[in-house]
Ligand binder design. Structure first.
Ligand code: B3K
Ligand code: ZN
Length: 853
């Protein structure tokens, strides 16, 4: 295994203009015939080197000449053909085994259906090909299979032929007129229920919309369909981007490594991001479905019409598409609450990634296994970088930049620089310094100092920028950082908003005519993905919590206050919390604002967020601190929380959106009240009366986290009810994994043996193993090291079954330096054990070497 470098990029020696594929589907021996028109690019007589893995080569023909084994070199990773001609037709027949493909890359079986996943480099598991995004071909695909078992045979583009064949087989042939890289190829064959609808685009194209789901799930596809139509309309309104084929298909499958895949005209989705009804899905599920459906749809322009030149440019399509889906979600739901969710993910996960051994710029420079770079950094920080461009240029300038980007690059495979240049040129903004965001890793932090001169009435704000290493060195140069602020006049409460552009190591700004020192709402809307070191008093934070114009800043001030006290609890033994905290949060509870927002204000910072803030934290001290703070607030505000809970329960006649916010607030109150003695009845009552999955899960979760006496009984009732609904059983496994009980390891062992546990299903594996690791810090980090050992054992199993899933689960272990020395040593022990495995996958090897070397 050798790494590849961005700096080594070279144009492909050959290109492929058309590829005509024929699949004769079979569980263990699918035959793939590929006929390609190949053309040399540039001069010289380089051999044709095709990528290919896990393939059985049956035959190769160049034009009409059948090659013999002496005519080419075959290896585990590809096929080298020393051809002389500059233009020829290449015919390759391979055989593959979808049934045994547990890595779920290439062509595999998901339950009874065949389905494919080619991004990043999965197409090479289907046939020998130039598996790189800058080779774009027109695909025609013919799929042949048994008609009874596989009535639907799908691929990209438009259906051009179909018919009956001998032995009960049939075929369908598809043609995609848009040249595309092979990572966007897709094939699905199966027996589904089909939800059909249509949409007329702004260009008057009538598009057939089809969602394929497992039999019996038709009603659960309605929300996905509505979301798709909203996304189509939003992209027309916001960026004048309309859909370009006559059909748009989505297939939901149960076995899928990630959320979904944007294959041209044929998205393949993890069923988790399609299926929902109020009985079986939570409000968060609904929100996520809308977001992922939109994300994949938006890729049709940002990803498919304009794609990446090479995989180092992944953020070109992912950062931009995440930004687009975040904007969409903000418009469809509460903007502020959506933004808060984005920031929570950054702070609790992306910051840690950016400080750990796998830290990389949003445009990585060195990659061994591309699948390891579908990261929070490329996606979420990548989106923040696009958002900063949006902030600097304004919505209008940004829209102009998008228009120029498509004007210049439609149908091409391009780079992140191409995108930024289009933005700069269209708006007349200099973004040269800004481009450093693409090549620097690590979370920058800003130090903020303020001074006020009552003589001159001048308020002065000084900001300096730093990186993890400390000062700005040659390689870590100053970034161009948009800082949105509001200065709030302490007396009148009137605010003045400003966009500051920090470009130097340190800069100051002066503001005149202040009678008294104003309070600053810093980094409105989280205008840059940075940490902020700004000493504001509790009083100032309280002002911000109630008076800042920007909702994000109101929320953030509260989080800062809570973090401050969590730090004290962790670092100062015996620390006692001040009663003033209750007073402040009582005001929050009493305020008349959006209940969904109030719920966010009442939610404590996540474990991962605080881990990131305290050097080498003792994780159990943090678990205790979080419990102490929660109990303190619950005790101090018991009456008010109970009243609020009751009030929310009694509210009827709410709009759909209002009901969601109301549930969020109610269940936040519940999570506080459930820590107090005697919560059992309340939790049981909510469980008994719950009319939807959001309320049910909130109750069960309270039962698990507080280890209530009825937990086992409640969970078996839930299991009996939902036994046959796979996505709900994932939730059941997740709640079990979060149980706060000393016998958790015996329980985990039993859950691994549960008849419905299946480690080959990524959703199920994550629901149990991933949930334990992220939602049960008390036992994951227990000082015997048993939690780490449990995780390492499962990673070891997954290494052979599904390297991508294994590689994602290893994250908390490679970030071992975040914790105290005892944990570091215990985690290292497990990491070394994994490194010694005989058949280590490239995915894990890359991460382990980055960590241990
Ligand atoms: N582009 C896919 C992700 C592919 C992941 C490959 N390991 C989904 C998305 O980001 O839309
Ligand atoms: Zn994406």
């Amino acid at each position: 295994f050798t790494p590849r470098y961005l700096a080594d990029y070279q144009v492909s020696a050959f290109t492929i203009a058309t590829i005509d594929l024929t699949f004769e589907l079979d569980d263990t021996a699918t035959k793939v015939t590929s006929v390609m028109s190949v053309k040399r690019q540039g001069s010289g007589n380089k051999p044709l080197i095709l990528d290919g893995e896990h393939l059985i080569l049956l035959s190769v023909k160049v034009d009409d000449r059948l090659l013999s084994a002496n005519d080419y070199y075959l290896s585990d990773t590809g096929l080298e053909i020393p051809v002389q001609s500059d233009e020829f037709v290449l015919t390759i027949i391979t055989e593959i085994n979808p049934r045994d493909n547990t890595a779920l890359e290439g062509l595999f079986k998901s339950g009874d259906a065949f389905c494919s996943q080619c991004e990043a480099e999965g197409f090479r598991r289907i046939t020998y090909y130039l598996d790189r995004p800058d080779v774009m071909a027109v695909f025609t695909s013919k799929v042949i299979a048994d008609k009874g078992k596989y009535p639907y045979l799908l691929s990209n583009g438009n259906k051009i032929a179909s018919g009956e064949l001998d032995n009960g087989k049939h075929f369908v042939q598809w043609h995609d007129p848009f040249p595309k890289p092979c990572y966007l190829f897709a094939l699905v064959a199966g027996d589904f229920d089909l939800l059909q609808d249509s949409y007329v685009t702004s260009e008057n194209r009538e598009v057939v919309l089809e969602i394929f789901v497992d039999k019996g799930n038709l009603a659960k596809a309605e929300h996905a369909m509505a979301s798709l139509k909203h996304a189509m309309a939003w992209d027309e309104e916001t960026f004048s981007l309309a859909y370009d084929l006559d059909i748009y298909m989505i297939v939901a499958v149960d076995f899928f490594n990630m959320g979904a895949m944007e294959n041209k005209g044929l998205n393949v989705f993890n069923s988790k991001y399609v299926l929902a009804d109020t009985e079986s899905a939570t409000d968060v599920d609904y929100y996520n479905i809308e977001a992922v459906i939109a994300h994949e749809y938006f890729h049709n322009w940002t990803g498919n019409r304009v794609t990446c030149r090479d995989w180092f440019q992944l953020s070109l399509k992912e950062g931009l598409t995440v930004f687009r889906d975040q904007q969409f979600s903000g418009d469809m739901n509460s903007k502020t609450v959506s933004r808060i969710q984005n920031v929570r993910i950054l702070r609790s996960q992306q910051f840690a990634e950016d400080a750990g051994p796998m830290a990389h710029p949003i445009r990585p420079e060195k990659v061994m296994e591309m699948n390891n770079f579908y990261t929070l950094t490329v996606y979420e920080k990548g989106s923040e970088v696009i958002r900063m461009i949006h902030t600097l240029l304004g919505a209008e300038g940004f829209a102009k930049g998008m228009a120029l980007y498509f004007e210049r690059f439609d149908g091409m495979a391009v780079t992140c620089d191409d995108f930024v240049n289009a933005m700069a040129d269209a708006s007349g903004t200099d973004l040269n310094q800004f481009k450093r965001w693409y090549s620097q890793s690590g979370t920058p932090y800003l130090k903020v100092r303020e001074s006020f001169d009552p003589q001159t009435n001048v308020y002065r704000l000084t900001i300096s920028q730093h990186n993890q290493a400390g000062d700005l060195s040659e390689t870590q140069r100053c970034l161009h950082i948009p800082v949105k602020i509001e200065l709030i006049d302490a007396d009148s409460g009137i605010g003045q908003q400003q966009l500051l552009e920090l470009t130097e190591a340190e800069q100051s700004w002066s503001f005149e005519h202040y009678q008294a020192k104003p309070v600053v709402a810093f980094l409105e809307d989280f205008s840059a993905p940075v940490k902020v070191d700004f000493e504001q008093t509790d009083l100032a934070l309280e002002v911000l919590m109630l008076a800042a114009s920007d909702g994000f800043c109101r929320w953030d001030a509260g989080q800062k206050l809570l973090s401050r006290y969590l730090h004290k609890l962790v670092l100062e033994p015996g620390y006692e919390l001040p009663a003033s905290l209750n007073t402040i949060f009582n005001k929050i509870l009493q305020q008349d604002s959006d209940p969904a927002f109030t719920a966010e204000q009442l939610t404590l910072p996540a474990f991962g967020e605080v881990v990131d803030q305290i050097h080498q934290v003792d994780p159990l001290a943090l678990v205790t601190a979080l419990k102490t703070l929660k109990t303190f607030l619950a005790e101090g505000l018991q009456e008010q929380l109970a009243a609020c809970y009751q009030n929310c329960r009694e509210k009827t006649d709410l709009s759909h959106q209002q009901a969601i916010g109301n549930r969020a607030l109610k269940n936040t109150c519940l999570s506080y009240l459930a820590v107090l003695p005697g919560a059992d009845a309340m939790v049981a009552a909510q469980l008994g009366n719950a009319a939807n999955m959001t309320d049910t899960l909130a109750a069960l979760n309270a039962s698990a986290v507080n280890n209530l006496a009825a937990f086992d009984r409640q969970m078996s009732a839930f299991e009996s009810k939902w036994h046959d609904t796979s996505l709900v059983m994932d939730k059941w496994f997740t709640i079990n994994a979060g149980l706060n009980s000393e016998d958790i390891f015996e329980r985990l062992a039993a859950l691994l043996e549960h008849p419905l546990f299946c480690i080959k299903n990524p959703n199920r594996a994550r629901a149990l193993i991933g949930a334990f690791v992220s939602a049960n810090p008390q036992y994951f980090h227990c000082q015997t090291g048993r939690g780490y050992q449990f995780l390492a054992e499962q990673i070891k199993r997954l290494n052979e079954i599904n390297p991508q899933v294994a590689s994602r689960l290893i994250t908390p272990l490679i970030q071992y330096k975040e914790y105290d020395l005892l944990r570091q040593q215990l985690m290292l022990e497990q990491l070394k054990g994994l490194r010694a495995l005989p058949q280590l996958s490239k995915d894990l090897l890359e991460k382990l070497d980055a960590t241990l070397n």
